[in-house]
Design a protein around this ligand. Structure first.
Ligand code: ARG
Length: 564
C-alpha cells in the first residue's frame, strides 16, 4: 500500500533522467486538503534538471501517467495533483487487513537487529516516581513499535541498587528498623528510615561515618551487609512488580547498577591503557574539553566508583552480549549531560558503536504547573494513582453501562490505559500536566475515547452478526463516503514508521485519535446497519477499523476491551 513508491516508479519510467526512483519518492507530497488529490508532485527540481519550465513538465507528465491505481491527474501550475482510484485501492486495503489482521502495519526494516532499551530503572528503597512512570510507559511503547518494525527490543531495568545510600540505609535499619514493618510496607518504611537518618545526622555527625563504614563492608562483600541489601532489594522489587503487573510491562533483564560491580575494573584499566584517565582533585576523571563537556568522573578520591563508571561498564556489557544495532536510554532530560559524557567517553575510547547509543529524553510530569516529585515524607505513590484511576474508570462504567460483564477487568483496562495514553499522546519532550479527570474523559484526545470507539465498532459487528472469516469480494459501492476512513487506515504503517524513527509513540497515539474521530464521523453520517447493497462493504470497513484501533492501542501498551 505504498502509493508514493508506486507513483515514483511510474515517474522514473517516464523520465529517464539522472534521478532515482527513491529520490522521486521523497519529492512526493501529501496535500493537506483532500480536494487537491491524494498525492502531489512538484516539478521544480525536474525543471532545473531538464532546463524546461516546471509547468510544461507537469503538463507533459500528466498526459503520460497511466495506471489503474491513479485514477485522475490534475495539473495546477507546476504541481501534479494525483487522485487514487478509491474503489480499487480501498478494496485492496480491506483485503490486506482481512489477511494480515493484527500484523497489518508491520514492517521489516529493523532486519531483526537487537535494540536494548534501558527503561523504568527506579531506585530501590525509594518510591517509584513519575519520571520512572514516564520512562516505563514510553520505553515499553518504543519496544512494541520497534518490534513491529522488525527489530528485536530487549527491555532492561537498570535498577538503582548500589551506592553510598545503602550504607546509610543499613545504619538506619540497624538503629531503628523493624523487620515486620519493612515487610508490610517496604518502600514506605525504608524511605522513612532514610529520612530519619538525614534528620538525625544533623545532631549526630558520627552517623555519617557509620554509613560510610557499612557501605565499605557492603563493597567488601560482608555477609551481614549483603544479606540486608539483598533483602531491601527483594522487598523493593516485589513492590515495583505490582506496578509493572498493573501496567502489563515485562522486562528481559533486571541487571541494575550492582550487576556491574565486578565489571568496572576492566573499564578503568582500559581507560588507563588508552591514557584517558587523569587525576584531578585526587579523583580520576576523563577530560572532555575537546567535546566541550565537563570532565567525566570515574573514581572518587576514596576509590569508590560512580554512576557513570557503572554506565560505562553497562554499555560495554550490552555491546558484548547483545551486539546491538542501537542502544536506547529512556531517561528524563535532566540526565542529558550524563549521557552526553557517557557517549563522549566511549567515543574517545575508540568505539564506533558509541554512535549507536541514543539518549531518549522526556519532559516532566507537572501537577498544577509544578514538578511532581517525591518530597520528603509526602510521597506521590504511583500505585495509588493507578488505583485511583481504575476506580474512577469503574465509576464511569457504573454510570454509563451498569450491566457490563467483567467490570473489574474493564475498569483496569480503562483506568490504566487512560494514564498511559495521557502520557504518550504528547511529543515526549513536552512537560505534561497530570490530571485524572482529564485523562479519563470519554471525549477528546484520551485513551477512553479511543477504547470507547473500538468498543462501539465491535458492537456494530456484533449486532450485524458479522464475522471476519466471511471474506466478501464483490462490493458494489464506490467507497466515496468511506474514503476518509479508508485513506486514514492506509496511514497506519507510515505513522508507525515515524514513531519508530523518532522514538516517539505520540505519532501512533495521534494517529489513532484521528482514526477514531474519522470513524465516529462516518458512524454519525452513514447508517451502517441499514439493509442495502453497500452494507457488506461498510461492515468490512468497520471491521478494519477495529483491527487498526486495537493494534494501535497495543503498540502503546494499552488493552482494548470489546465492551465498555
Ligand atoms: N536510576 C536512575 C534514576 O532513577 C535512572 C537510571 C537510568 N539508566 C541508566 N543507565 N543510567 O535516576
Amino acid at each position: 500500500m505504498n502509493f508514493k513508491k508506486e507513483l515514483a516508479a511510474i515517474l522514473f519510467e517516464l523520465l529517464d533522467q539522472e534521478i532515482t526512483a527513491a529520490e522521486l519518492e521523497l519529492m512526493i507530497e501529501k496535500p493537506k486538503n483532500s480536494a487537491h488529490g491524494d498525492l502531489a508532485f512538484p516539478c521544480f527540481t525536474l525543471a532545473k534538471l531538464k532546463r524546461k519550465s516546471p509547468n510544461l513538465i507537469a503538463q507533459e507528465l500528466s498526459e503520460k501517467i497511466q495506471s489503474p491505481t491513479f485514477e485522475k491527474v490534475e495539473v495546477v501550475g507546476a504541481y501534479l495533483n494525483i487522485f487514487l482510484n478509491k474503489k480499487l485501492v480501498s478494496e485492496q486495503l480491506i483485503s490486506s487487513i482481512f489477511e494480515q489482521k493484527g500484523h497489518f502495519g508491520a514492517q521489516e526494516f529493523g532486519n531483526g537487529g537487537n535494540v536494548p532499551i534501558d527503561m523504568s530503572s527506579p531506585n530501590i528503597a525509594k518510591p517509584f516516581s513519575m519520571g520512572h512512570l514516564r520512562s516505563t510507559v514510553i520505553g515499553n511503547s518504543i519496544a512494541l513499535i520497534l518490534e513491529k518494525c522488525g527489530y528485536k527490543p530487549i527491555r532492561i531495568n537498570h535498577l538503582g541498587d548500589w551506592g553510598t545510600q545503602f550504607g546509610k540505609l543499613i545504619t538506619a535499619y540497624k538503629l531503628w528498623g523493624d523487620s515486620e514493618k519493612v515487610k508490610q510496607n517496604p518502600i514506605k518504611e525504608l524511605l522513612a528510615l532514610y529520612i530519619k537518618f538525614h534528620d538525625m545526622v544533623e545532631s549526630d555527625p558520627s552517623l555519617e561515618d557509620q554509613g560510610r563504614s557499612w557501605f565499605k563492608r557492603l563493597e567488601d562483600g560482608d555477609e551481614e551487609a549483603l544479606t540486608l541489601w539483598q533483602w531491601f532489594r527483594d522487598e523493593s522489587l516485589k513492590e515495583f512488580s505490582r506496578i509493572y503487573e498493573l501496567m502489563n510491562v515485562q522486562f528481559d533483564s533486571y541487571a541494575g547498577e550492582a550487576f556491574y560491580n565486578d565489571k568496572m575494573d576492566r573499564i578503568v584499566k582500559l581507560l588507563e591503557e588508552k591514557q584517558l584517565l587523569v587525576e584531578s582533585d585526587q579523583a580520576m576523571v576523563v577530560e572532555l574539553a575537546e567535546e566541550q563537556l565537563p570532565p567525566c568522573l570515574i573514581k572518587k578520591s576514596d576509590g569508590a566508583t560512580l554512576y557513570a563508571t557503572r554506565d560505562l561498564a553497562a554499555a560495554h556489557y550490552r555491546k558484548e552480549n547483545y551486539d546491538f544495532v542501537q542502544s536506547l536510554y529512556v531517561v528524563g532530560h535532566e540526565q542529558s549531560l550524563h549521557f552526553k559524557q557517557l557517549i563522549a567517553v566511549l567515543g574517545k575510547m575508540g568505539y564506533e558503536w558509541a554512535e549507536k547509543m541514543v539518549h531518549v529524553p522526556f519532559g516532566m510530569m507537572l501537577k498544577d504547573g509544578k514538578k511532581m516529585s517525591t518530597r520528603k515524607g509526602k510521597v506521590v505513590l504511583l500505585e495509588e494513582v493507578l488505583n485511583e484511576s481504575i476506580s474512577m474508570a469503574r465509576h464511569n462504567i457504573e454510570e454509563k453501562n451498569p450491566n457490563l460483564a467483567n467490570k473489574d477487568a474493564v475498569s483496569k483496562q480503562v483506568g490504566v490505559g487512560a494514564v498511559i495514553f495521557h502520557d504518550l499522546k504528547n511529543n515526549r519532550m513536552n512537560d505534561i500536566e497530570f490530571s485524572l479527570e482529564e485523562m479519563l474523559r470519554f471525549e477528546g484526545e484520551t485513551g477512553p475515547y479511543v477504547q470507547y470507539t473500538f468498543a462501539r465498532a465491535c458492537s456494530i459487528l456484533r449486532k450485524a452478526n458479522w464475522q471476519a472469516d466471511l471474506h466478501p469480494k464483490n462490493y458494489t459501492n464506490s467507497w466515496e463516503k468511506e474514503w476518509k476512513v479508508a485513506s486514514l487506515l492506509m496511514e497506519f504503517a507510515p505513522a508507525i514508521k515515524r514513531s519508530c524513527e523518532n522514538f516517539d509513540p505520540s505519532q501512533v497515539a495521534k494517529y489513532i485519535v484521528d482514526l477514531a474521530q474519522a470513524f465516529n464521523k462516518y458512524y454519525a453520517e452513514v447508517k451502517i446497519l441499514e439493509e442495502s447493497s453497500e452494507r457488506e462493504a461498510r461492515l468490512a470497513l468497520v471491521y478494519s477499523v477495529t483491527v487498526v484501533l486495537k493494534e494501535g492501542l497495543r503498540l502503546l501498551g494499552i488493552e482494548a476491551p470489546q465492551e465498555m
